[in-house]
Design a protein around this ligand. Structure first.
Ligand SMILES: Nc1ncnc2c1ncn2[C@@H]1O[C@H](COP(=O)(O)OP(=O)(O)OP(=O)(O)O)[C@@H](O)[C@H]1O
Ligand SMILES: [Mg+2]
Length: 362
């Protein structure tokens, strides 16, 4: 997968621009608040249609009502244009001018690695579930569909519990068990490969403690119906569904202990990196093409060895964009970020008569 160019309009603090990206690594450096993370976020949105902000309005430049991002990309030799329009809390996606749904964009097109990934390790189970669910949804459109139906069922069932509608429970339970069982089954199956890949990446990162991924399930496919029945009174009292895959955790064990409670900051960041590399490998295996890699703040919280791992990873994919407050070494193109603008850095002395980067931009 290759991102040939990215255009943005009214996207956060970014000045309207079209940036061309070469194959290999593009380094983006600049001071805090320059717009580096916003650029990667815009690229990820244009490539995948995905964002994790709670309100889409956050992405629209203050004072504006609509924003737009566009990716011109190259996948298995063919060219396409993906556009995302944002406005009035909605996102509209187009591929080559035709409106599509989020799931219709190429789902393995990008992986985004950022310092906040540590929250996967240290944060609550919901963050780890979201990681697993979003990865599985990208690997399988069917999983995405089943998950969204399951989540809707849980919230409707919760409303019925709060309304004391005990008589309706056998109908809700039937759907919940059917959808929940499929979710558990897919998660279990995917975890085998995800665990292998994450363990490998963790070892490659120089970690001396082995990493193991496992599921802490609140029930099993076999016991689900029975567990629901036996907790009925408690559920009616609390007005919420007490058991099922929406309560499960992805347990990350480093050495002998759960990383969420015992890992150091840097160890946590390493585990998160191992998860992201596993994500990249799984997407590449599934779609037969390596995603564009977006790395935010490549030096944050990392020792030189782990920084080198990240830069090697960037060099191992057809294309990567790497940001930092300092220059990433070995980049094919370096952009300096300042006030939402990106200017190519001239590495060699300009030839007499050749314009400076600043002049190129103007
Ligand atoms: N909707 C918005 N409209 C206008 N500006 C915004 C909007 N959302 C965020 N910003 C601003 O964009 C600026 C750049 O943010 P960004 O996170 O991209 O910086 P950064 O270069 O990654 O900085 P750091 O090195 O600190 O990570 C911030 O000053 C932020 O206030
Ligand atoms: Mg940033």
């Amino acid at each position: 997968m290759r991102l040939d160019s990215l255009s943005t309009l009214n996207y956060r603090n970014l000045a309207p621009c079209t940036l061309l990206f070469p194959a290999g690594v593009t380094g983006v450096f600049g001071e805090n608040g320059a717009g580096k993370t916003n650029l990667l976020e815009a690229a990820f949105l244009a490539l995948t249609g995905l964002t994790d902000v709670t309100r889409l309005e956050q992405l629209v430049q203050q004072g504006e009502t609509e924003a737009y991002v566009r990716a011109d990309l190259e996948s298995s030799g063919s060219l396409s244009v993906q556009e995302v329009g944002l406005g009035r809390g909605r996102r509209q996606l187009k591929v080559d001018g035709v409106r599509v749904r989020t799931g219709d964009l190429p789902r393995g097109s990008a992986v985004w690695i950022r310092p906040e990934d540590s929250e996967l390790v240290f944060g609550s189970p919901s963050g780890r579930r979201a990681f697993l669910d979003s990865l599985l949804s990208r690997l399988s459109a069917r999983y995405a569909e089943v998950l969204s139906r399951y989540e809707r069922t849980v919230s409707q069932r919760n409303a019925a519990l709060r309304g004391g509608e005990e008589w309706a429970m056998h109908v809700w339970d039937e759907s919940l068990v059917r959808l929940g069982t499929e979710i558990m089954t897919v998660r279990r199956r995917a975890l085998v490969r995800l665990n292998e890949l994450a363990a490998e990446a963790n070892a490659a990162l120089g970690s001396r403690k082995p990493l193991t991924l496992s599921l802490a399930e609140s029930t099993t496919p076999e016991a689900y119906a029975q567990d629901l029945a036996s907790r009925r009174a408690e559920e009616l009292a609390r007005g919420s569904t007490a058991t099922g895959p929406h309560r499960d955790d992805l347990v990350l064990t480093l050495g002998d202990f759960p990383a969420s409670e015992y890992a150091s900051r840097g160890e946590g960041r390493t585990v998160a990196l191992a998860l992201r590399r596993a994500e990249l490998e799984l997407l590449a295996e599934r779609f037969g093409e390596r995603p564009v890699l977006l790395i935010d703040d490549f030096s944050a919280e990392l020792d030189p060895g782990r920084r080198a791992f990240l830069l090697d990873l960037a060099a191992s994919v057809p294309q990567a964009i790497v940001t930092g407050t300092e220059r990433a070494p070995g980049a094919a193109l370096t952009l300096r970020a300042h006030g939402g603008r990106f200017t190519p850095e001239v590495t060699a002395e300009p030839l007499p008569g050749e314009p400076l980067a600043e002049e190129v931009r103007a």
